[in-house]
Ligand binder design. Structure first.
Ligand code: MN3
Length: 202
């Protein structure tokens, strides 16, 4: 069975009033993400050891293996983008009490969390991702990863929220201004409801 592009959990134009226009989502979801899914299916088709495995298993299995790097890149990007769409909301930016309490406990406050997350998003040189994860210690933690790398593979924690900081994520809406893109995400787009639900399930 081949992998498929998941539908966006909102209408393609639903974020346009909040700093992510329809053109961005048509390109990012319909072209970039779709291309990773298509490439992954082609690679799995040619590799009997990968056939029938889940996406999560393929990401973990291919991580750090030179001969499977193209598999890792496309599987990682498929998984990362799938979580990214869940991290966005047309009603984003509001932090539920259960998550706010944990952010205060582990970062000292909501603003401190946002500062650390922004530092990770800006500190990722070149392409990559900024993540809020629940670390194996039970504490929330900010992580950044390059290219297709993902906490799913590194074991740094269970992912609650992620921001794509590849240029294709923000150039249409914010040109070269990654700081503004990150602020807009943290304050107006981030689906903290989804993050809180993942925290409660963990
Ligand atoms: Mn992307």
């Amino acid at each position: 069975m081949s992998f498929t592009l998941p539908a966006l959990p909102f209408a393609v134009g639903a974020l346009s009033a909040r700093g992510m226009c329809q053109e961005t989502l048509e390109l990012h979801h319909g072209k970039h993400h779709n291309a990773y899914v298509t490439a992954l299916n082609g690679l799995v088709e040619k590799n009997d050891a990968l056939k029938g495995k889940s996406l999560e298993d393929i990401v973990r299995l291919a991580y750090g293996k030179d001969d499977l790097q193209p598999v890792f890149n496309n599987a990682g990007q498929h998984w990362n983008h799938s979580v990214f769409w869940e991290s966005l909301s047309p009603n984003g930016g509001g932090i539920p009490g259960v998550l706010e309490k944990k952010l205060v406990e582990d970062f000292g406050g909501v603003e401190q969390f946002k500062e650390q997350f922004k530092a990770a998003a800006l500190g990722q040189f070149g392409s990559g991702w900024a993540w809020l994860v629940l670390a194996p210690t039970g504490k929330l933690k900010i992580v950044k990863t390059p290219n297709a790398a993902t906490p799913l593979a590194t074991g740094e924690g269970k992912v609650l929220l992620v921001l794509d900081v590849w240029e294709h994520a923000y150039y249409v809406d914010f040109r070269n201004r990654r700081p503004d893109f990150t602020d807009n995400f943290l304050n107006r787009l981030a689906n903290y409801e989804n993050a809180a639900a993942k925290l409660q399930k963990a």
